[in-house]
Design a protein around this ligand. Structure first.
Ligand code: ZN
Ligand code: ZN
Length: 270
């Protein structure tokens, strides 16, 4: 079974560790090399154990640690050609592997495939990760709206990490300038808690067992609000069995194991 640790996630930095007994990969590499190395150690891993990094898109909260981290160890970094071309020079690793928007790659005993997502970056993809037993995990954050392709790809996954970026009221009443509010709300911006709740119900209906809410805005959302909005929607639609957790912007959060879980892990509602 895939073990998934969301090392940190918010609009200020994102990094997720996905591993089997044999293989470890990172998806996104934001904040700083120091933050990534510390979080990896806290999750019982090490940068030396990471075989590949997959980058969803070139925004700083997803690539800021890449340049320094890959000078320490030249880990292959997979991203789309357009995102690679638009990435800030100081983040650019020498070990870049560019790929089309829809792509599959095998790393050790893990298969990673990408699918396009709508966002205001040069390019943007989500990833589906599958192990040799067929266990699957999907990641899709930074999406302005939910597309058929996102639903189709995430529906293949037993567990997912999806975006609950903002509470619409908090964003409307908050201190962001109007142009930024418009950007966040646009079809190439970010998903609100209520958009996320709708997507969560759709995925639960198609068999998703565990959901992590990620990429929360520190300014326009609260973990408790995101959790309760999505939990209420799942419960009232009859999906009480679908596990839910909220990624933290500072600390690693383990994605619940879903129905195959044999040990009980408790999660703070944070
Ligand atoms: Zn982002
Ligand atoms: Zn972004």
């Amino acid at each position: 079974m895939l073990k998934v640790d969301i090392l940190f996630s918010s609009s200020s930095g994102n990094c997720t560790l996905v591993r089997t007994e044999k293989t470890q990969i990172l998806i996104d590499c934001g904040r700083s090399a120091r933050a990534v190395c510390t979080a990896l150690r806290e999750a019982g891993s090490d940068v030396g154990a990471v075989s590949a990094i997959f980058i969803t898109h070139e925004h700083a909260d997803h690539v800021a640690a890449l340049g320094v981290l890959c000078r320490k160890k030249p880990i292959p970094v997979h991203m789309t050609e357009k995102s690679a071309a638009a990435m800030p020079e100081k983040c650019r690793p020498d070990s870049l592997v560019v790929h089309p928007r829809e792509y599959s790659e095998t790393v050790g005993d893990i298969e990673v495939s990408s699918f396009p997502l709508p966002h205001d970056s040069a390019d943007h993809v989500g990833y589906v990760v599958t192990d040799s037993c067929g266990d699957s995990f999907g990641i899709a954050t930074d999406m302005g709206h939910v597309t058929e392709s996102a639903i189709e790809n995430l529906s293949r996954c037993r567990r997912v990490m999806i975006e609950a970026n903002h509470d619409e009221e908090m964003l409307a009443e908050g201190r962001y300038p109007p142009f930024l509010k418009r950007r966040i709300l646009s079809p190439r911006g970010h998903l609100s808690n209520s958009d996320c709740a709708e997507l969560a119900c759709l995925l639960a209906e198609r068999g998703c067992e565990a959901i992590a809410l990620a990429h929360l805005s520190p300014e326009n959302n609260l973990p408790s609000l995101a959790y309760s909005d999505v939990r209420c929607a799942l419960d009232s639609a009859g999906y009480r069995g679908c596990e839910l957790t909220v990624a933290d912007r500072e600390f690693a959060v383990r994605l619940p194991d879903g129905k195959t879980n044999c040990e009980v892990i408790s999660y703070a509602e944070n």
